[in-house]
Structures are given as structure tokens and as C-alpha cells.
Ligand binder design. Structure first.
Ligand SMILES: Nc1ncnc2c1ncn2[C@@H]1O[C@H](COP(=O)(O)OP(=O)(O)OP(=O)(O)O)[C@@H](O)[C@H]1O
Length: 449
């Protein structure tokens, strides 16, 4: 096993000091540069964790400008590196300037080996901690990388998806149109052991009722006029993978019975066929309808409801995801900048206000479309409300009672999100009693699992 030594770059033009330092720091893999150009090349090639840099670099031995220039370049090239600046004895002012510019620490000459050792050890330690944190962040985001979320309630949804992924539990994602049900289903499939097989989706609202059975279960040759050859249905195509039944609330009642049979017995029969085909799929459903209401109205089978909602995950609408609006806006801005080759740097303060207060009835789909369009409309470096097709007055609430209700409801949802729906903890956070919180939850129709 090889143990790599941590990398240290020394930027120092004094040859004597160079070799002294190189010799002293033999526990590190040391690179040496005598000027800015050599330093930049060494940073590019070796990505050192820690850099020990003299501020007086040639050709400006006596000054500090070349040294500052070097710090700026390294900071943008390798922002994670810890730069320790070496300055002259009484040059406290420039040392502080260097730190303000992005250096991690400073050290005043003449060199005292013990002190310098300690400063370097600490810098390497911090670098390693940060590196570990970055690696953890990357793996934590892993397959949920396409799902942008910062809001506590949404983070909870993401954690649930991660927990459910390895199991075979049938899940139903509920939420308004455009909240990300499909995106989360894809993440669930990607995280599951079935990810080598297909995720097959069927939109139950888009298939005409008379074709639904054939679409789901397939058909044999000659089963009906036009059935020229045996054809697999979506269920069979998803064999060993995941079957995504989108808009399940729109499934006709007759088909609901057939779907229930399949979910209970895990076999299908193609239309016009007699053979029972065993099926192994994980089923995920999505709907923007209230299925429980529908069972009461008799438009959705109660037995099917309980079968598909072994786990129900509610995706909150964008207007309730505090903090996510700007996070998503910036994400789409970056994404479409890249796609269009444009370089719009952000939003005007007034556009930020509008994004934050607008109710986003079309949720994330609407946000994506508006940002995409704004990049085409934008004449400047910053996107305005006009570019987004929104006017500030559209987004402001008009009466005080409404503002108060909205704020109160948001605070409660936020507190519940932050406390994982623990009523005692949430009421403490909000500074109200438990019964008051229950009353408010009832008033605003906030339900927790
Ligand atoms: N958390 C998210 N991060 C990034 N993009 C998202 C997120 N949620 C949704 N989107 C994007 O928003 C759009 C709508 O998402 P999606 O189709 O998953 O919504 P939906 O709830 O399934 O909508 P519908 O009910 O209308 O089918 C997609 O383009 C998707 O990529």
C-alpha cells in the first residue's frame, strides 16, 4: 500500500530559503516555485493542499503587488488550497490585506521552524476536513443530484425517497402539477437495486379508455382489429424494473379492477391471451388528485387506494418551499446559460423579490419555463421581473389579513419541516402551546403524517 504524502507548494525566490524549507518539510511532498508563472504551473499540475508563499516575488522583490497578483490567481484556480503568506517582519498591514484577498493565514519572517510547523499542520488538517466534507456532500447528493432542494420539507421528501429506494414498497407521490413527481420517481428508480432495468412510464390520463388495457398488459396477435402481432404492454416492458403509473387518479374504474388484480397476484394476461405471465416490478404512482376524496365519491376504488398507497409521499407546492424558489431560479439560470451559451449573471433585486413572493401556480415547470424565456428576453447582465413576464404587483398580496394568514401558515409548515413534524418541538420553536398549534394546523388544513 502506498501512502501519499500531503502536497505542499513553496513559492520563494531565495534559493537558500527554498532548500532549507524543502529539507525541513520532508514529511510533505514538496514542490518549489521561484516566481508567479512557475507557481501557477505547479498549482495546475499538482493541486497542492497547502501553499507557503513569500509576498515579495520577482520582479517586485521589495513590493507586494506581484505577491498579491499570485494569491488572486491561485485563489481562482484552486480555491480550496490553503495559502499561507510569508511577509517581512513588520509588515502586518499587507499580511492582513493578503488574508482579506483569500489567503488562509500569514506568517512573519524570520522563520521559526516550530511555529511554522504548527501553522502548516493546522492548514493541512483543515484542508483534509474540508475535502472529506466535499466528498461526503458529493456522495450524499449522488443519484438525487437532479433534484434541487433546500427547504426542510423537501429535504425530508428526498430522505424518504432514499430510504424507500432499496425496498419494493409501492409508493404514491401526490402533489400539484409541476412539483417534481416524475423527477423524484426517476431518482427513486436510480437509487433502487432495479436501476439496471427499465423505468417504464404510462400516463393514465393520456391513453384513451378503450386502449388502456392493451397499453398496460399488451395483446396477442388478432386480439382485435389491427392487432397484427403479439405486443408487450408497459407492465411487461418494466419486468425487473420500475413501472411508473402517472396520473393514476385518471385511470378508468374498469381498469382499476384489472390493475388491482395485477398488484395482488403479480401476474398479467395479455388482451386476447390465456397465459398468465408472472411479473416482478416495483410500482410507483403519481397524481395531483385527492385519491382519498375520490374513494369517498366512488370514482377511485378504496381497495386499490390502500394497495398503491403503502407509502404516500406528498410533494409540497413551490409556494410553500421557502428558500427553494431562489435556489431553483439560480439553478435554471445556470442550466440555460450553459445551454444557450449566454452569460447572464443573476437577477435584479426587484426580480429576486418577485420570484420570492410570486405564488408559482404552475410550480417548478412554470419556474423553468419563465427562466428559460427570461434569458431570451434579457438585454442586460441581470434578469428583471419584466424578463420573467411577471409584474411586481402580481406578486404582492393585497390585503393585510391575507398576508398574515400566508405568513402564519408558512411559519407553521416550516417549523414542522424543521422538527420532522414533532408537534411539541414545533410549538416550542413557534412560541405557542401545543393546543394552539393544533388549532392553527386545523385552521390552515395542515396535515402531518
Ligand atoms: N427539485 C427539482 N429540481 C430541479 N428540477 C425540477 C425539480 N422538480 C421539478 N423539476 C423540473 O420541473 C419540471 C416538472 O417536473 P415533473 O415533470 O417531475 O413534475 P410533475 O409533478 O411530475 O408534473 P405533472 O403532475 O404535471 O406530471 C421538469 O422539467 C423537472 O425537470
Amino acid at each position: 500500500m502506498t501512502t501519499e504524502k500531503p502536497k505542499l507548494l513553496i513559492i520563494e525566490d531565495d534559493k537558500g530559503l527554498q532548500s532549507q524549507l524543502r529539507w525541513h518539510f520532508d514529511q510533505y511532498e514538496v514542490f518549489v516555485a521561484g516566481n508567479r508563472d512557475e507557481a501557477i504551473t505547479a498549482v495546475r499540475l499538482n493541486e497542492p493542499a497547502v501553499i507557503l508563499q513569500d509576498l515579495g516575488l520577482p520582479p517586485d522583490h521589495e513590493g507586494v503587488e506581484e505577491g498579491f497578483h499570485c494569491i488572486r490567481e491561485i485563489s481562482s484556480l484552486h480555491p480550496d488550497a490553503k495559502i499561507i503568506v510569508m511577509t517581512g517582519n513588520a509588515d502586518y498591514e499587507n499580511a492582513v490585506r493578503a488574508v482579506a484577498m483569500g489567503a488562509y493565514d500569514f506568517y512573519q519572517k524570520p522563520v521559526n521552524a516550530e511555529t511554522l510547523d504548527l501553522i502548516l499542520q493546522r492548514a493541512f488538517h483543515i484542508y483534509q476536513l474540508e475535502e472529506r466534507h466535499r466528498a461526503e456532500e458529493e456522495t450524499r447528493q449522488g443519484p438525487l443530484q437532479d433534484v434541487i432542494a433546500g427547504d426542510p420539507a423537501m429535504l425530508k421528501v428526498c430522505r424518504m425517497i432514499e430510504k424507500l429506494a432499496p425496498s419494493n414498497v409501492t409508493c404514491t407521490l401526490t402533489g400539484e402539477s409541476g412539483t417534481g413527481k416524475e423527477v423524484l420517481t426517476k431518482a427513486l428508480h436510480r437509487l433502487s437495486p432495479r436501476n439496471k432495468k427499465r423505468l417504464v412510464a404510462i400516463n393514465c390520463a393520456a391513453v384513451p379508455e378503450n386502449l388502456m388495457e392493451a397499453e398496460l398488459f399488451g395483446y396477442e396477435k388478432g386480439a382485435f382489429t389491427g392487432a397484427a402481432k403479439r405486443t408487450q404492454g408497459k407492465v411487461e416492458m418494466a419486468q425487473e424494473g420500475t413501472l411508473f403509473l402517472d396520473e393514476i387518479g385518471d385511470m378508468p374504474l374498469v381498469l382499476q379492477a384489472k390493475l388491482l388484480r395485477f398488484l395482488q397476484e403479480r401476474v398479467i394476461e395479455r388482451v386476447g391471451g390465456r397465459e398468465e405471465i408472472p411479473i416482478d416490478v416495483r410500482v410507483v404512482c403519481a397524481t395531483n388528485k385527492n385519491l382519498l376524496e375520490m374513494t369517498k365519491e366512488g370514482t377511485f376504488r378504496e381497495d386499490l387506494y390502500y394497495r398503491i398507497c403503502e407509502m404516500e409521499i406528498h410533494i409540497p407546492p413551490l409556494r410553500e418551499r421557502h428558500g427553494d424558489k431562489l435556489l431553483l431560479a439560480r439553478h435554471f439560470l445556470k442550466m440555460y446559460n450553459k445551454q444557450n451559451g449566454s452569460n447572464i449573471s443573476g437577477f435584479t433585486p426587484e426580480a429576486v423579490d418577485t420570484i420570492d413572493s410570486y405564488a408559482w401556480p404552475g410550480n417548478i415547470r412554470e419556474m423553468e419555463n419563465r427562466i428559460k424565456r427570461s434569458l431570451v428576453m434579457c438585454d442586460d447582465k441581470l434578469v428583471t421581473s419584466d424578463d420573467l413576464g411577471l409584474h411586481s404587483n402580481e406578486s404582492t398580496f393585497l390585503n393585510l389579513r391575507q398576508v398574515r394568514h400566508q405568513a402564519e401558515k408558512s411559519a407553521i409548515i416550516r417549523a414542522l419541516g424543521m422538527t420532522e413534524s414533532n408537534i411539541s418541538a414545533a410549538s416550542k420553536l413557534l412560541g405557542v402551546t401545543r393546543p394552539t398549534l393544533y388549532d392553527l394546523m386545523k385552521k390552515y388544513n395542515i396535515i402531518v403524517n
